[in-house]
Design a protein. Structure first.
Lengths: 247, 305
């Protein structure tokens, strides 16, 4: 069974077509980079997978079942600016907030919940900072808080939206290693990014998206210039091609 | 007037309205302090302001019909809160404009209604600036009961409110109903405002919601502590404010709000980690000293130690 299966997905926003005929499969163990220019529909695709936006047609299944918010084995790491970082809350409580839906109304976090939070913090190496207010963290630490919050639900599929944006190279490298090992632990990881170098370097597969899927393959199989120029709308002499080592 | 004189007056059966006013002021400050924490953290002070103004037509109708002012205000306030929540789903006009429209519209409706009542000038002033006399016994129970319901709902939905404050998108992905949680929060703000109207008045009630919570935010980086400090600051301001108002014959609502404002300014200057002066004293020559809990000038008060 596929971890994530998207078939013939069409999405309109405000009456305009944004995504057409999206076909995308993810198996566990894969780290897939979703690449495309601004406005290509990357975030919309993630939101459609999470059933957060209305779709026009097509199906999305996770572990063979249609996605229902709060019920599916799927973890979401939104862009960092979606989170209210000046909120007076500690790292471990912020991670616990990811389990709010699962704990359910009128219930308090129990032993199992705190254990899940502890495991998630261990996994992203934030255990030492667990009592720190989130507002005092660096960009890389904040990104790891959001990853831990998603991991607190122990999902088999993980969706990451622009995890590298605004971070320096060493931090990106650390996070890239983290995502690689998360995928290696029998998870399917899909991440959108503008960081082509990091994507080519660490992803097992790349998906080029611009309204529809232009190419889908291993980085070594995407060394033709054409899908890249088509996706990003750049010329054949663009430095972008040098970045991704395509000719 | 000395504190003993104030206590004697409180116990004087001829001045029975005084302990009633004190009880209502303290109860409403506590409830407003707790609810105000969400208002401050979500940056929805304007909604609080809108709701405060929106209860006015309901209060006016209740006044004209000789009904319960608290009940009338609650109905009008909740109706407006729902209208704002529904209308702001349309993203063409931004939420703050919607709030602006309903805030002034409701207040205007209130003024038109109350102008139909004979001798409205005096009662208008009471609505706007609060009064400690003429509180019926019934209102004591209404305010106490409503306060308990509000605090109970806050306790029950706290973790959901926090999740929505932190990250709306993630909350939706977790299957929380963000729309309904917003509505419940608006209604809680409305009820907190309505039960405070009597003593504080329509214009000043916003301060009871915002000022203690904002002061508490300056004092701590922990939400739990903030939600204890805010009602404490509000309640203390109510007691001190009522005492000063009784002693110097100043308007009660204004005096309570001024006391709370002084507490806020003090917190802004002297808060253990984020205060303007504490920060300055904390770093003579040592860069970033005030940022570190261990070198904070008052480590015992520092929230992370």
């Amino acid at each position: 069974m596929r971890a994530l299966d998207v078939e013939g997905l069409d999405v309109d926003l405000g009456g305009r077509p944004v995504l057409r005929d999206i076909r995308l499969h993810l198996d566990r163990g894969e780290l897939v980079g979703l690449l495309g220019p601004n406005g290509a529909g990357k975030t919309t695709l993630l939101r459609a997978i999470l059933a957060l936006t209305r779709t026009r047609g097509g199906t999305v299944t996770v572990e063979g079942k249609p996605v229902r918010p709060g019920r599916s084995e799927i973890g979401y790491v939104p862009q960092r600016h979606e989170f209210t970082w000046d909120f007076p809350i500690s790292v471990d409580q912020a991670v616990m907030s990811g389990r709010t839906g699962r704990i359910g109304l009128l219930r308090r976090p129990g032993v199992a919940d705190w254990r899940a939070v502890g495991d998630a913090l261990d996994r992203v190496q934030l255990t030492g900072l667990r009592h720190r207010p989130v507002g005092e963290l660096s960009g890389g630490q904040r990104q790891r808080v959001l990853v831990a919050r998603a991991l607190a639900l122990a999902p088999r599929t993980l969706l990451l939206d622009e995890p590298f944006t605004g971070l320096d190279m060493p931090t990106q490298e650390l996070l890239g290693d983290l995502f690689t090992s998360l995928a290696a632990e029998d998870r399917a990881v899909l991440m959108t990014t503008h960081d082509l170098v990091a994507a080519v370097d660490s992803c097992t597969r790349l998906v080029l998206l611009n309204g529809r899927i232009i190419a889908d393959g291993r980085p070594v199989d995407l060394q033709d210039a054409e899908p890249w120029t088509k996706t990003f709308g750049v010329s054949h002499t663009s430095p972008l091609l040098k970045l991704v080592r395509a000719t | 007037m000395s504190i003993t004189d104030f206590l004697t007056d409180l116990l004087n059966p001829d001045l029975a309205f005084l302990p009633k006013a004190l009880a209502i002021a303290v109860m409403s400050s506590i409830v407003c302090g707790v609810v105000g924490c969400y208002v401050v953290l979500r940056g929805m002070a304007f909604i609080g302001d809108a709701v405060a103004h929106a209860v006015f037509p309901g209060v006016a109708v209740a006044f004209v019909l000789q009904g319960s002012l608290v009940l009338g205000g609650a109905v009008a306030g909740v109706a407006t809160a729902l209208l704002i929540a529904v209308f702001s789903q349309n993203r063409r006009v931004k939420e703050d404009s919607i709030i602006g429209v309903f805030l002034v519209g409701a207040f205007a409706l209130g003024i038109v209604i109350i102008s139909q009542a004979p001798g409205y000038a005096g009662s208008l002033q009471q609505f706007l600036f609060g009064s400690i006399t003429g509180i019926p016994d019934r209102d004591l129970y209404v305010v106490g009961g409503a306060g308990l319901v509000i605090l109970g709902l806050v306790l029950a939905l706290h973790k959901e409110f926090v999740a929505v404050c932190l990250d709306r998108e993630m909350s939706r992905a977790m299957g929380l109903s963000v729309f309904w949680l917003d509505i419940v929060l608006y209604v809680l703000v409305t009820l907190a405002v309505v039960i405070s109207l009597q003593t504080i008045g329509n214009i000043l009630v916003l301060a009871l919601l915002i000022t203690p919570a904002a002061a508490a935010r300056l004092l701590t980086d922990r939400l739990g502590l903030m939600m204890l400090l805010a009602p404490l600051i509000g309640g203390a301001s109510a007691v001190v404010g009522l005492y000063l108002s009784w002693s110097y014959d100043t308007p009660v609502g204004g005096t309570i709000v001024l006391v709370a404002t002084v507490v806020f300014l003090a917190a802004w200057l002297f808060a253990p980690r984020h205060g303007l002066l504490t920060r300055r004293w904390g770093r003579p020559g040592v860069p970033g000293a005030g940022d570190d809990a261990n070198s904070s000038p008052c480590p015992a008060l520092s929230p992370t130690t």
